[in-house]
Design a protein around this ligand. Sequence first.
Ligand SMILES: *Cc1c(COP(=O)(O)O)cnc(C)c1O
Length: 451
Amino acid sequence: MDHELRPTTVLNALRQGLPTLWAGRRAGGRARVQVATPAEVAEAAARLRRFAPVLEALFPELQASGGRIESPLLAAPRMQQALGLPDGVGALWVKADHSLPVAGSVKARGGIHEVLEHVERVAVRSGWLSQGPDGVEGDYLGLLAPGVRERLAQYRVAVGSTGNLGLAIGVMASALGFRAEVHMSADAKAWKKERLRRRGVTVVEHEGDYAEAVAAGRRGMAGDPLAYFVDDEQSRSLLLGYATAAFHLAHQLEQAGRAVDAQHPLLVYVPCGVGGAPAGIALGLEQVFGPHVHVFFAEPLQSPCFMLQMMADSGVYPELGPHPSVYDLGLNNRTEADGLAVPRASLLAADAVRHSLAGVFTVADDTLFRDLFVLQSSEGWRIEPSAAAGFGGPQAVLQTDEGRGYLQRQGLEPHLSRATHVVWTTGGLLVPDEEYERFWQRGRALAERTG
Ligand SMILES: *Cc1c(COP(=O)(O)O)cnc(C)c1O
């Protein structure tokens, strides 16, 4: 088979629930939109720095980092070997957001940023902080005073979530004194609801999927001037929080001696649900590394909403309409990767990456569990199933016609041996032991079967 895209091939594979890859950066389709400037991403990073003393005071686990919520970049040579990736295709690294403190997932970046931006706005309006020429200023630790907390208790903060975003928003909002309300979809795990309730967060359970939980949350807040809804489907604040990861990753790559330029490409693989986290990360990385970074999103076989959206926006598949859902394709949106079970992509996220995204690939649930197990056996790291989706990336790019076509079009083939592959492990820290044990057992059985 030649490597030219045959438009029906990818769509057929998607329909049949077969692992596939769609590659981007082709001409045509919808126009480019600038969703966020580099200055706005820098402002989000500055906000996280301003709040560091507050976070340190609220969460004892942040004492070592002085209130910064960050994760290490780790070399993964044993995992590289276990995945059968030869040295000739570059080096495998892991951006370990599975260890992010406070929220236990990538949502710590976006979700916590949005709650902080909100409390900052309330504080300026209330006169506790002031708007200076270079941003908001004042006594941030004063926000923890009992009088301020009492006032914040009059404000509601809500979110709709499959679980992890609810954890991040609920934990951060309630820690500051807000009344927090989390609308959970049917696929949300029981332990996440319990954890939130223990912190005094109101958890509202919905029968429907992620999109319905978000809609219910949005409805419940409408018309209340003291209510704030974190809208995962269209929040710029979330996206900007996620994008700040790029600065830290750039610094970590430099420290590790991994150059990124035309001769040293950077390939990054990020699990994707509604698209906010991976699109924010991709947007930030593009601002730092330009064309030398190639970001691929990873989705479950039954929930490839972002791939569908990119295909719809490419102009090659008019039959998909402007905002397709995975149900339209006959898929069921059921997956053990609860963080990724989303039927329709965020259009804001699609705008953010439409022209820069390298591609999107799909992964079978069995592969998630196997890679979760293999990662534990090879490197000793503990992740949740959603967070394993990126590990299928290097093979999807290197071993499919669509992926090889991309490498060729981008002129990457001669430089592969010097490439850095970063798999973003997006969650896992807070998963209870019994739950992890089940994931691990399932992964072990699969690994033994496939050898
Ligand atoms: C939410 C989540 C993602 C994806 O983020 P989106 O913004 O929904 O695309 C990936 N991995 C984990 C563990 C998550 O919780």
